[in-house]
Write a protein that binds this ligand. Structure first.
Ligand code: ATP
Ligand code: MG
Length: 562
């Protein structure tokens, strides 16, 4: 690529609305531009990164037997009505009508279409297993598009779908994907964790998420260095550090106007871990009193698994269910259903007294009130690992991919069945597997940059070599640079040739910003000493190389054989 003839619009300033480093750098390096909220244009260098990521994904999915197909973005509503997701998914789905007033939608994902293909084309056990995938645009009207290309309303996804006769077959294809995903993320240069996750709206028998470490991530994972336990905090289990419980006797204490845990602990001069937080929620079978330790957060997903959908109760609902104002509710003497976090099985606490301006001190769960116990608290850094007891770390992460065991949810509702060896009709067992190439690119930048710009992993860099001529008007420099450009391109290397008529300072700054792995500078030493400088972006190491040796030096620095 000759820069003077290319669209590489670098910027000196960060975009005003950007917080995530990857967002700032992708815009400043001229990789992307935002057309509307969460809707992006990929400019030439951004497109090259996406092409590189997608090529790696294709190779690895082909290697486990994937067959590439392309399914339509626009889909008829009937498929989604049959699966039940037309009503379950709310505003995230773009819906429209065609000229004949038929309901249509833009595909957020393609399980329904896969099941439709299977229903028509798979007949017998001999047709299975199958593995189909695409690298295709998805449309989702995300509530909060943010962080550049990390969460957009239109994005490309690699989605693959496995079809099997039984769960045993699914297990095999699932494991193949797990390994292929690790190869993909390794090759893209990411540091990541593979964690058990909550299947959410997919439903099914198991799932894992691939989480790249980054402060810009929206998710958090709990990790144990000792035994390698890793789980999304939505579900992560932990053994909280147990406080020293005072030898309180049961009594009422006056707590005028102290409603929150912070206010009550400050007033009574105790640590929040010695209190119990009482939350009233409205479940589908009525109000429930939920208890977690005062210093803990309730993890909603955990409670949702027990109760199904729920919401916090309104003020008047709390009053009606418990007979007291929010802030003074407690479990002692309550008649509604009570679910308490596991860690409250032992200890002696301060709880709301179910009377205004009062709390009870010295309450022992099991003695002073009865409850169902379940794991409800959010795992915190420093808690003990549920499996081995070692302290957990909690890290922010970007979800770059996930794998789901779907089972027969879609094949049953869309009648994707096959005849087994006995001629019996059975539903096809499905798995679905997603990767977001844009998130890979952004996560790679999050993990590989410095104050001057991006430091691309070689495998996904838009080009490997940045050829920079310090003064394109100086005939000797220009001639040599042109020659090197031809030599490198002839050797099959991808080169961005900065032949612009710009000040050297601008060119060097742009080179650091774009972050290609190797920079070759044709400057005054080329004229005086007959050498060019080859510099590694990551380490800053620089060596002088005679022009005739540049191709072989570049090859060896990139770890490629001739
Ligand atoms: P999230 O929880 O972040 O919304 P998701 O669970 O909705 O992700 P899937 O529907 O399973 O994600 O999609 C598979 C992959 O597609 C994700 O792992 C991610 O890499 C990518 N992806 C999902 N939503 C977006 C988005 N809005 N913008 C960019 N990439 C996305
Ligand atoms: Mg989502």
């Amino acid at each position: 690529m000759r820069w003077s003839k290319s669209l590489v619009p670098t910027l000196k300033e960060d975009p005003a609305d950007a917080e995530a480093i990857s967002h700032k750098l992708m815009v400043r390096a001229g990789l992307v531009r935002q057309l509307a909220a969460g809707i992006y244009v990929y400019l030439p260098l951004g497109q090259r990164v996406m092409d590189n990521v997608n090529a790696i994904i294709r190779q690895e999915i082909n290697a486990i037997g994937g067959q590439e197909i392309t399914m339509p973005v626009i889909q008829p509503a009937e498929l989604w009505q049959q699966s039940g997701r037309w009503d379950v998914i709310g505003d995230e789905m773009f819906r429209l009508k065609d000229r004949n007033q038929r309901d249509m939608c833009l595909g957020m994902t393609h399980e329904e279409v896969i099941a439709w293909i299977a229903a028509h084309e798979v007949h017998s056990y001999r047709d299975l297993p199958q593995l189909w995938y695409q690298i295709q645009t998805k449309e989702r009207d995300e509530a909060r598009p943010k962080s550049g290309v990390l969460r957009t309303r239109e994005f490309v996804m690699k989605d693959s779908y496995s079809l099997d006769r039984d769960m045993g077959g699914l297990d095999v294809q699932y494991e193949a994907h797990r390994q292929a995903y690790c190869k993909i993320f390794d090759r893209c240069g990411l540091r990541y964790a593979v964690v058990e996750s909550d299947p959410g709206m997919m439903g099914g028998a198991g799932s894992h998420e691939f989480m790249a470490y980054s402060p810009a991530g929206e998710d958090q994972v709990a990790l144990c260095q000792a035994c390698a336990y890793a789980a999304n905090v939505e579900l992560a289990m932990s053994r909280p550090v147990v406080p020293t419980f005072p030898d309180w006797k049961l009594e009422e204490v006056s707590t005028p106007n102290a409603r929150t845990i912070a206010e009550v602990s400050a007033l009574l001069k105790i640590e929040p871990a010695l209190t119990i937080k009482s939350l009233v929620v409205a479940g589908k079978d009525g109000p429930v009193l939920v208890l977690v330790r005062g210093d803990h957060q309730l993890r909603e997903r955990k409670l949702e698994r027990l109760l199904g959908p729920f919401r916090p109760a309104h003020r008047d609902e709390v009053r009606e269910a418990t007979g007291v104002e929010p802030g003074f509710v407690g479990p002692v003497g309550q008649r509604i259903r009570i679910i308490a976090d596991e860690c409250l099985r032992t200890g002696c606490y301060v709880v709301g007294a179910n009377r205004p301006d009062a709390h009870l001190r010295g309450v022992i769960p099991g003695r002073d009130f009865q409850a169902e116990f379940a794991d409800l608290h959010e795992a915190n850094a420093g808690d003990g690992c549920e499996r081995c007891g070692a302290p957990l770390a909690v890290e922010r992460v970007i979800e770059v991919g996930n794998i789901f065991k779907l089972g027969t949810k879609y094949s049953v509702s869309l009648r994707a069945v096959y005849l087994d060896e006995q001629g019996q009709e059975r539903p096809i067992v499905m798995g679905s597997y997603g990767i977001g190439p844009a998130r890979i690119a952004a996560a790679a930048i999050e993990q590989n940059h410095d104050g001057n710009g991006i430091i691309w992993p070689e495998t996904i860099a838009p080009c490997q070599v940045h050829l920079l001529v310090v003064n394109s008007k100086e005939p000797k420099m220009a001639t040599l640079a042109e020659q090197l450009y031809a030599d490198l391109a002839g050797a099959g290397l991808e080169v961005l040739y900065d032949d612009r008529d710009e000040r050297p300072g601008v060119k060097f700054k742009d080179a650091d910003l774009l972050g290609l792995p190797l920079r070759i500078t044709v400057g005054s030493r080329a004229v005086k000493e007959g050498v060019v400088e080859v510099r590694r972006r990551r380490t800053g190491e620089e060596t002088a190389v005679p022009p005739g040796e540049v191709v072989s030096r570049v090859r060896s620095l990139l770890g490629r054989s001739a």
